[in-house]
Every structure is written in structure tokens, then in C-alpha cells.
Design a binder for this molecule. Structure first.
Ligand SMILES: Nc1ncnc2c1ncn2[C@@H]1O[C@H](COP(=O)(O)OP(=O)(O)OP(=O)(O)O)[C@@H](O)[C@H]1O
Length: 391
């Protein structure tokens, strides 16, 4: 049996004892072989069908989720983003039924979560791992015992617990920390323990609740790299919530933008980043954009000065569509040469160039037709705008 075959076992078998002796070998196999992406091309890991959630609070009813309908492809990394209170946690927690929807259905690998009895739910939760912003480790237990806990609760034999935990700690790079207590670990190491623990029962889905929000940027990168690795090597569907667009840009395939409990935007990450439609998406993307630096802003004039030398400040935007990338030779030709790069940058998201360049054009009297330069096969950018004039 291949590793991926074990990992993709249908959830209809939720009442079986999940952990089997072949699982360790399966994990080992799956660690060395990448799972072909096409295997998951049509499968759906989670299907939300008209999901609504209303909390009753002393201040009245809170409509946290409203008519959420979407599918999360199996084997993908799916990001959920939104401002504080948008409903991210509520939605994520309906997947393992930590929250019950008030209306609608959540279908996990074909199983209607709302129909499961308690025993089935316990078994199913072993197939859905979860990691948390504050790690939720047991401080009195060692790293080994934290990771072993879900296996022991599931009745796994000690020899197998030993073997599996050893493998998992090697997988997350903590092979030398078996007997250390969490208080002696860094934040990133604690999250690695959390990830190992979440993977202990060989889940098909990993839920990440602001998993990097308490970490510094460098540690965030290493945890995101680990999550990407787990997704690719083990074929586990990763569903993460975050309030940071940079996290989405780094690892997600698709992104859902929630706003006041509703779907504001949903799509491939490069498309949503390249052409954000909703005000909430634009606001979330703002910190990542190369806005006008203050010193340039202060010198910017709406009209060219009547006399003397000046520069025209141009903004060129790249949305990722059609394979169009900044080509400085063509840009210089289009504007007649005398250009300098003032500010900006381009990111590659899922192979698409996305970003913004601010260029200062010197000594120009007549500009070319900007809308023509942003159209058709000869386009030099997706959008070109004159921001003003700098003396
Ligand atoms: N148990 C609860 N009782 C009452 N209201 C709740 C409860 N849980 C969440 N809410 C409310 O539901 C809405 C959505 O909350 P949720 O935590 O899902 O949003 P979020 O996007 O995860 O927010 P954050 O980023 O701040 O964690 C908010 O208005 C919140 O106050």
C-alpha cells in the first residue's frame, strides 16, 4: 500500500481505529515521494454548503457567518483571510465541528459533519489535525510526551508510539529535543512540536489557526516552509487562517477573503493579489504594496512647473495576467529613454509577476498614449498612471 493511499483513505471509514501498523511505513514512504498533484485535481477535501453561524450573546445575536458556499480542493493549501471579527475562526472551526453551523452543511471528504455521532466525531477529529497561535502544548510534559499524547489516547501500542513520535520529531527537525520541556523551546520550536502532534494520527487535513502570528518573520518563514513541505510530501490539505496577506502570498494556492461573515473574494492567490475587487481585500493588501514614499509624496505636484527641469512620476502595475513582466528595455523604448526607478518591486506569486514600479521620466514634453501601452500583446504593464510631477 502506498503512503498516499493510506493518507487518502475515505472518511466514510471514520469508525475504524485509525492507527495501523502499516501507517508508520506509509508515512516513511510518503516522506520520500512527492504526491502527484493531479491525484487531487478533482477531489474536494471540504465543502461548505450555505453555512451560517449565529452566536447568541448578551448583546444580542451575532451573525458570524452568512451563506458560505465553497469547496476546498484536496491536497491544496487554502488560505482564509479577513479583518478581525470577519468570521475566520468560526469558519475554520466548523470543519472539525468545534463550532456547529447554525444553518447549512460542512462536508469533509464526503462525510456530513452534522450527522456524526460522538464516537464517530472523535474518530474523525483524529483525521483532522489542528495547530494554534499559542501552540497549546502541555507544559508539564516533554516534547516526546506532547506528541505521543494523541497516539496514547487512541490506544496505540508503546513500541509504535516510540517509532512514530521519533519519526515525527525528525520530520519537524526536533530529533534532539525528545526530553526537553516546552518552556525551554523557542516559539518556532514550540510550533514544530504542535505540528508534530497534529500529524501524529495521520490526518488528511491540517487546520492552522493563526499558526505564525506569534512568531518573528524569520521563524514564520521556516514554519511556512515546513507546512508547504508537509503539504507536498504527505499530500495533506492545509487550511490556514491568518490576518497577514504575506502568509497567504507565501504558501497558499487559493484564498478566501471574508468580510463580516460573507465571502468577499475567492480565487487563486495570484489573481486575487493581482486584481483585488473588494475593499476589504484592497485594505488587507495595502501593507504589501509599494506605495509612494513620504519624501517623494512631499515633492509631488499635480501640474508640471511652468519653467525649469522636472520629472514625470509614473506608476506601472503588474497584475500577473498573461505572463506580462517588467521589461526595462521595452519600458525605456516606450518612454524615450531617460528613466530612473524611484521605488517599487515585483513578487512572483504562483509563477506570475505581480507588483508596482514607480519611475521618474526626465525631460519629457509629450507622453506616449498610456492606455495603449497597457493593452494588447505590446503592453509594457497592466496599468500605467501619471502620479504627478517632481521638480
Ligand atoms: N462564542 C461567541 N459568542 C458570541 N460571539 C462570538 C463568539 N465567537 C465569535 N463571536 C463573534 O463572531 C464574529 C466572528 O468571530 P471570529 O472569531 O470567527 O472572527 P475572526 O475573523 O476569527 O476574528 P479574529 O481575527 O479577531 O480572531 C465576531 O463578531 C465575534 O465577536
Amino acid at each position: 500500500m502506498s503512503g498516499s493511499a493510506v493518507l487518502r483513505r475515505p472518511l466514510a471509514q471514520v469508525s475504524e481505529v485509525f492507527y495501523q501498523s502499516d501507517s508508520v511505513q506509509a508515512l516513511r514512504n510518503s516522506q520520500v515521494s512527492e504526491v502527484p498533484a493531479q491525484q487531487y485535481a478533482t477531489a474536494t477535501a471540504v465543502s461548505f454548503q450555505s453555512v451560517g453561524k449565529v452566536y447568541q450573546s448578551s448583546a444580542g445575536a451575532v451573525h458570524a457567518l452568512d451563506d458560505i458556499t465553497l469547496d476546498i480542493p484536496a491536497g491544496s493549501i487554502f488560505g482564509i483571510i479577513g479583518r478581525s471579527g470577519a468570521g475566520k475562526s468560526s469558519l475554520l472551526r466548523t470543519i472539525n465541528r468545534l463550532e456547529q453551523p447554525t444553518s447549512g452543511k460542512v462536508i469533509v471528504n464526503g462525510v456530513d459533519m452534522g450527522l456524526l455521532g460522538e464516537a464517530e466525531l472523535v474518530a474523525l477529529r483524529r483525521r483532522i489535525g489542528m495547530i494554534f497561535q499559542h501552540f497549546n502544548l502541555l507544559s508539564a510534559k516533554t516534547v516526546f510526551d506532547n506528541v505521543a499524547l494523541p497516539l496514547r489516547v487512541a490506544g496505540v501500542r508503546p513500541a509504535e508510539v516510540q517509532q512514530r513520535v521519533t519519526e515525527l520529531l525528525a520530520l519537524v527537525g526536533l530529533q534532539d529535543k525528545h526530553h526537553v520541556h516546552p518552556r525551554r523551546l523557542s516559539g518556532g520550536q514550540k510550533q514544530r512540536v504542535g505540528i508534530a502532534r497534529a500529524l501524529a494520527t495521520k490526518p488528511e487535513i491540517l487546520l492552522c489557526d493563526e499558526a505564525t502570528s506569534a512568531l518573528d518573520p524569520e521563524t514564520t518563514q521556516s514554519i511556512l516552509q515546513l507546512l508547504r513541505d508537509i503539504n507536498r510530501r504527505l499530500g495533506i490539505t492545509v487550511i490556514l487562517i491568518t490576518h497577514e496577506m504575506s502568509v497567504i502570498r507565501e504558501i497558499a494556492d487559493q484564498v478566501l477573503v471574508l468580510e463580516q461573515g460573507r465571502i468577499a473574494e475567492l480565487g487563486q492567490v495570484w489573481q486575487v493579489f493581482g486584481s483585488p475587487q473588494h475593499a476589504a481585500t484592497k485594505a488587507l493588501l495595502a501593507p504589501l504594496q509599494h506605495g509612494l514614499p513620504d519624501d517623494v509624496q512631499q515633492r509631488l505636484q499635480a501640474q508640471p512647473p511652468a519653467s525649469g527641469a522636472y520629472e514625470v512620476l509614473l506608476q506601472l502595475d503588474y497584475s500577473g495576467a498573461g505572463g506580462l513582466e517588467p521589461d526595462f528595455l521595452r519600458i525605456a523604448k516606450a518612454f524615450g529613454g531617460d528613466l530612473r526607478l524611484v521605488h517599487g518591486g515585483v513578487d512572483r506569486i504562483q509563477g506570475h509577476a505581480h507588483g508596482r514600479l514607480l519611475l521618474a521620466l526626465h525631460g519629457q514634453t509629450a507622453l506616449p498614449n498610456l492606455s495603449q501601452l497597457a493593452q494588447g500583446p505590446e503592453a509594457i504593464a497592466h496599468r500605467i498612471e501619471v502620479l504627478g510631477y517632481v521638480v
